[in-house]
Design a protein around this ligand. Sequence first.
Ligand code: FAD
Length: 491
Amino acid sequence: MTVSSLKQRSRAVVIGSGLGGLAVALRLQGQGYDVTVLEQQPAPGGRAARLRSDGFTWDSGPSLITMPWVLEEAFAAGGLDLHSEVTLRRLDPLYRLRWAGEERALDFFSDADALRSEIARFDERDARALDGFLAALKPIYEEGLLAAGQRAFPSARSFAGLVPSMVRLRAVMPLHAFVSRHFRHPRVREAFSFHSLFIGGDPYRVPAIYGALVYLQLLDGGWYADGGVYSLVEAMARPLDVRCDSRVETIETGSGRVRGVWLEGGERITADVVVSNADVLRTHELLGRRAPRRRLRPTMSAFLLYLGCDQRFDELLHHTLLVGRGYRDFIRDVTRGRGLPSTFSTYVHAPARTETAMATDGGDSLAVLMPVPNLRADVDWPRVADGLRNALVNDMETTFGLSGLDASVRVEHRMTPPDFASRFGAVDGNAFAVEPTLHQSAYFRAPNRVPGVRGLFHVGGGTHPGAGIPGVLMGAGVTAGLIAEDAEVRV
Ligand SMILES: Cc1cc2nc3c(=O)[nH]c(=O)nc-3n(C[C@H](O)[C@H](O)[C@H](O)COP(=O)(O)OP(=O)(O)OC[C@H]3O[C@@H](n4cnc5c(N)ncnc54)[C@H](O)[C@@H]3O)c2cc1C
């Protein structure tokens, strides 16, 4: 029997239609599998959802696109041409960082000379250190993020091979400490280390391998997709059989291999391969097993406001970070679940200055993301959410000069940690899956191939290499590669 004839008869089920789920489905369809994607929500996309009301459009989850070639590859693997499907625009500067009570801002340009000039306004010596910093990140990006992010780590031995080079490159030391070896100004240190927050990692604790996130922004730029990130979801879902409002309750196994899934309502779908894009911390529940002894820790959560405003705020770029006082304590409070922070640091997405159709009548459609502790912290969200919203909007007005913000709001939505739990089944309402620490990365993360159940795999933010749009798309490549490997062995 040939591999292709075997694959044509093989059926794959993907549980969940997040970007990782859609990407693995495209790859498996491209490999000849008959693929069904089962999504519990009424629409595909998972965290990459779209909100629309009263003429305003918001990406409710991810908004900043990096590593566009990873998207190109993911699309091509499913027979799609990214650039025929979606219009991508490069943003330069990619974002602005502003600090509470300070006039100086830092615009992150992708041109090294322009970026150096930005740094020089804080510290001349730090500006001269930029080249050395980027030279230190280059091998971390190439050997760490890029090479390691595109292969599986099925054994401790496979991981051990990576350790010596990462130690030599200082990629295992905490990111902020790594950055501080190159830059001395506190603001410059913050500006070049905050990126791990985008995938739920504390810059003071994640390994410096995540410093590669800065490097790749300079290398490949940062991008916007017309219509928002949801345009990617729509394009990926179009050629697939995605069944929404279909919650998988159980993964059926027998004789050591996967047999299919059972849906809420009692329908059974048989499959040779099942890929779970659901929260990896729930895989044991779907299998009807006890929780594993080693529990991975989920990330912090997020409090999100989606504001449709009747005026545009010129203080904001397309992407702006508003860094509050006591930034380090803020990060500690939210990542270690110590309760609600007393100061606010936020990320604001304001796409209408790139694509006017995202807001109505010259207004702004702002998505304001504040990291907050996950549900392990003792916070009564229904009780505190209104007060937090008012304090946050007030802080944006008074501390960051967005005067008139509250009065300009015509329509508003929000998302809180309990929403992450109820909509996506996110354990403890995590926003970014499993925390990216050294002890929860690569071999120590939930494996792409689930051990002990042949034909069962993971994809998405909780498995290797991790969260973020490029992370889950690269992970889909790793998972699809393992599935292809197993099919070859079976023939
Ligand atoms: C607010 C926010 C902002 C972000 N910003 C960025 C950014 O700017 N850039 C970036 O690169 N990344 C960003 N990220 C990270 C990125 O969005 C995620 O890592 C990525 O989208 C997660 O994809 P995933 O494949 O893990 O699937 P998820 O989005 O987690 O989707 C999983 C899907 O599985 C479904 N599901 C779960 N259980 C079941 C079940 N039993 N049956 C059926 N379906 C089920 C869920 O409903 C969900 O649709 C952001 C994340 C958040 C939350």
